[in-house]
Design a protein around this ligand. Structure first.
Ligand code: HEM
Length: 377
């Protein structure tokens, strides 16, 4: 529950161990002033450094300010520990060039090519009101109240400059991002994150997660790109699917998480191995086969998603699923080829992508006085 360092070469919340709770928010700017944007990023960075250290957002906090003024912290995190809070910012394509083709902030020439709009994928049922955004902030913590407090205070500080476009709560991480963590389970009951990139895979992170110097605009060196997808599961149908079929859809056993044809969770996937009936033990259209880097031109990413259940849909079904979050060096060689390859995934019968986000996450703030994305201005 201790604090996680806010300052550093990279932003926290990417390879730092995934916490249990999420509040992810996408914002739209309602100002067209570049100075306002810079002032906002400065104020947010300062508040983020405070809150991730377990302190209130502003100088006088929730209860020590002038009684005639609204407090500069909302107060619901008073008495709570820092909760391992991380805050990670991203810049959406529309910050650079908006839907009408306008360059509101004089940033068009700084837009990374890697921030190209995602293509339409087979089965997409995206709803614009829960997709995209000029800015995003991912708040992760071990206590949901700490994560929600952080987003709420950033929204409060941004009053008059930004409005919340959409936000997503998540409970229960669906990925391990460190070998010290056990692999959690997603809402389909399967271990998720077994074959994820992990914090310990330094060389692979350099190759697949961090933007190297000299690739794209200088302000992104040391940053990463995040893709988010709100994936609704038709869990009532899934729950009536036989266990054996569930396992062949994923390509792993439900209990231990071992690959089909293997014994233990971390056994290598053996795509050449035949099952008892002579067909491949891991079927040709199993999720793990189609998502594996050997079938996606080497594409890899760091998955950091969360389970969600947002009540019910009025038709007697839970509105539940996976809020997929993945970080990568370039979505055009990370998420996009994998999602294209998943077009024939048998899992698609049980899921629907309803929300989507793509954001460029700048490198970390080096120290006090610096601010999120300062290299951009
Ligand atoms: C692996 C579930 C969507 C990419 C896995 C595993 C499970 C799983 C259970 C095996 C454990 C592991 O290695 O992590 C799901 C569910 C999804 C979903 C339930 C939707 C609700 C996606 C999407 C992508 C993706 C949208 C990317 C476009 C991957 C990758 C692996 C994986 C890269 C690792 C494959 C390997 O190298 O072994 N997923 N997944 N998944 N998934 Fe998904």
């Amino acid at each position: 529950d201790g604090p996680i360092e806010f300052y550093g070469e990279h932003q926290a919340g990417i390879v730092t161990p995934a916490q249990d709770r999420l509040h992810f928010a996408a914002f739209d700017l309602i100002t067209e002033s570049r100075d306002d944007l810079v002032a906002l990023l400065r104020a947010w960075s300062e508040a983020a450094a405070q809150m991730t250290a377990g302190r209130p957002a502003g100088a006088t906090g929730a209860v020590d300010g002038h009684p005639a003024a609204p407090p500069d912290d909302t107060g619901e995190a008073l008495d709570l520990p820092p909760g391992g809070l991380t805050l990670t910012i991203g810049f959406g394509p529309s910050l650079f060039v908006d839907a009408e083709g306008r360059d509101r902030f004089g940033l068009a020439d700084r837009k990374p090519e890697a921030l190209a709009e995602l293509p339409h994928f087979v089965g997409d049922a995206l709803r614009p009101e829960i997709s995209d955004g000029d800015l995003c902030v991912q708040a992760c913590a071990y206590d949901p109240q700490v994560a929600v407090h952080a987003i709420r205070n950033l929204a409060r500080i941004g009053f008059g400059k930004v409005s919340v476009r959409w936000s997503q709560l998540g409970f229960g991480r669906t990925s391990a991002t460190s070998r010290e963590q056990t692999t959690p389970r997603n809402m389909m009951g399967f271990k998720d994150g077994t074959n994820n990139l992990k914090a310990e895979d330094t060389a692979l992170l350099g190759e697949h997660v961090w933007v190297p110097e000299g690739e794209g605009p200088a302000w992104m060196a040391g940053g990463s790109y995040v893709v988010t997808r709100r994936i609704r599961m038709t869990i009532e149908t899934w729950d009536r699917t036989p266990l054996g079929e569930q396992e062949t859809i994923i390509g792993r056993t439900k209990g231990s998480g071992a690959p089909l044809g293997g014994v233990k969770e971390f056994d290598e996937l053996d795509f050449g191995k035949a099952g008892a009936d002579g067909t491949p033990a891991i079927p040709m259209q199993a999720h793990v086969r189609l998502a594996h880097h050997s079938t996606t031109n080497g594409a890899r990413m760091l998955r950091r998603g969360y389970n969600f259940t947002d009540g019910s849909d009025g038709l007697g079904r839970l509105d539940a699923g996976l809020f997929f979050i993945a970080y990568q060096r370039d979505p055009r060689t990370g998420f996009v080829p994998v999602q294209l390859n998943l077009a024939s995934d048998v899992l698609n019968e049980y899921i629907r992508h309803v929300g989507s986000g793509l954001f460029a996450c700048p490198p970390g703030v080096k120290g006090p006085g610096g601010f999120w994305g300062e290299g951009l201005f």
